[in-house]
Design a protein. Structure first.
Length: 110
């Protein structure tokens, strides 16, 4: 084989390798860390269950602004309810309450 033929084959091989990696490999997207996952889950839960009364950023609307000191206070509020808020006992799993707290706590930091 001539040098020109080898060069063309080498360039073609590199191009095919590049396209193969692009096609099948795609970008590697890392899994979100636990805090990010909890925040996202908490945002979804808060938006669906709490925002209508407490505001989109827990600033208060129909219901009061949320000034909770810790996750235990949130858990108590959800289990007991405070008029006019009904109790949500059994409505959220422990994981979901932790996720709600992650979202509400992050709002306090903003």
């Amino acid at each position: 084989m001539t040098r020109a033929t080898l060069t063309v084959l080498a360039v073609a091989f590199v191009a095919l390798l590049y396209l193969g990696i692009k096609w099948w490999g795609g970008p590697i997207i890392p899994e979100p860390d636990e805090a990010t996952r909890q925040y996202a889950q908490g945002f979804a839960l808060f938006s669906q269950n709490c925002a209508e009364c407490h505001g989109t950023k827990a600033e208060g609307a129909l219901g009061p602004a949320l000034h909770l000191a810790n996750e235990d206070q949130l858990r108590t509020a959800l289990m007991v309810g405070f008029y006019p808020m009904p109790d949500f006992s059994g409505a959220f799993s422990d994981e979901e309450i932790t996720a709600l707290w992650a979202y509400i706590n992050a709002l306090r930091e903003d």
